[in-house]
Design a protein around this ligand. Structure first.
Ligand SMILES: NC(=O)c1ccc[n+]([C@@H]2O[C@H](COP(=O)([O-])OP(=O)(O)OC[C@H]3O[C@@H](n4cnc5c(N)ncnc54)[C@H](OP(=O)(O)O)[C@@H]3O)[C@@H](O)[C@H]2O)c1
Length: 337
């Protein structure tokens, strides 16, 4: 019987409950996916706790990325050229392995998804790597290419360097020839971050990261800070920037940075942005090109997706406990046999 993991209200991991569901047939422009692997992301925690407002009155199905197999395809969308079955469905066929990232709805064994969100998974990329690396890899792609275009020689500070996004970012930044400085909460996490691209690591629960960044950069500061930690790292992140540097705030795992003021940027003519992946993925052209590049990098070994926490789908509450408790390194994936 197909089932989903739902939350009827905000709260702790215990609000996540199994619920049997009826799977709909795919409509125009849609495909039915049988999930094999579902990525767990910090955004799931934001929705569960209510930090992010719910888009529904009750029964929220969280989960924003998954991999699986196409079980059925609907008719082409009405605006597709011609209206033949299959046209406008982006070449999808039953049996294809696909990945997607959409805000919420992925904690389910089966799901009907608009075909425009689906990207084929090539041979050489496992479903677990796809589910553990799609949302996070696309995030790193836009962070280092679009939010701020990192170039060889740039000095970069990336917080939570041993997290799901962090371990992908270290490798990507190194491949661009940047000097990547990563922060992490334990020496073990720092060691893994060092192995995966970071030239310098700082245990920011023990050491003052602002002082260490100044030492590493000979007082100059970095060109860009990628900050997804929020409350605990702001305003230290700004203090690490060189003049005209950029702060990219893309999350708040420790809570929102509440005391931000525009006038803070005057200290060094800094720029700041608060980007969201889903604004990029709405553009099918961007999604396909960034998705293909990401999967190519994984398939040919340029990018290692560290999935260190693989749990059965039913253990989603435990997955929330470990990611929220800062106990994870790399990505967390739920699997369905
Ligand atoms: N805006 C976007 O488009 C976008 C897309 C994807 C992800 N994100 C954000 O990127 C961040 C990373 O996401 P992820 O899924 O890869 O998670 P993650 O980095 O694997 O996990 C979050 C990490 O944040 C650190 N952290 C620092 N203070 C914390 C606290 N008080 N409580 C919990 N964790 C704390 C922990 O690492 P240490 O123990 O090493 O400090 C923890 O492992 C999240 O903030 C997420 O919301 C944003």
């Amino acid at each position: 019987m197909p089932f989903a993991i739902v939350a009827e209200s905000t709260g702790g991991p215990e609000v996540l409950r199994r619920k049997d569901v009826v799977v709909a047939n795919p409509g125009r422009g849609e495909a039915l996916i049988r999930h094999t692997a579902i990525g767990v992301n910090f955004i799931d925690v934001y929705y569960r706790t209510g930090l992010y407002p719910w888009p529904v009155d009750r029964d929220l199905v969280m989960g924003s990325e998954a991999a699986g197999v196409v079980e059925a395809v609907g008719d082409a969308p009405e605006d597709a050229t011609g209206d033949t079955h299959g046209e406008g469905m982006h070449g999808l066929a039953v049996g294809d392995r696909v990945a997607y990232t959409i805000r919420n709805g992925a904690y389910a064994t089966h799901r009907v998804v608009e075909a425009r969100h689906l990207v084929p998974i090539p041979d050489g990329v496992s479903d677990v790597a796809a589910a553990g690396g799609f949302l996070k890899g696309l995030t790193v792609s836009y962070l280092v290419n679009d939010s701020f275009c990192v170039e060889a020689g740039h000095a970069v500070l990336f917080h939570a360097a041993a997290g799901g996004c962090g371990l992908i970012a270290g490798q990507w930044l190194a491949s661009k020839g940047a000097t990547a400085i990563g922060t992490a909460g334990t020496d073990e996490k720092c060691a893994i971050a060092s192995r995966l691209g970071y030239q310098h690591t700082i245990n920011y629960r023990r050491d003052d990261f602002v002082r260490r960044v100044k030492e590493i950069t000979a007082d100059e500061g970095v060109d860009v800070v990628y900050d997804s930690v929020g409350k605990d790292t702001y305003p230290g992140s700004l203090q690490c920037l060189k003049r005209f540097g950029a702060l990219i705030n893309f999350g708040q795992s420790s809570g929102p940075a509440l005391d931000f003021k525009l006038s803070d940027l005057a200290a060094g003519s800094f720029s700041v942005t608060r980007p969201i992946l889903f604004h990029y993925t709405e553009n099918r052209g961007w999604l396909l090109s960034a998705g293909r590049e990401l999967f190519d990098m994984i398939a040919d070994g340029r990018l290692e997706i560290q999935v260190n926490n693989v749990l059965p789908f039913e253990d989603v509450a435990e997955a929330h406990r470990i990611i929220e408790g800062r106990k994870t390194i790399g990505s967390t994936v739920l699997t369905i046999d």
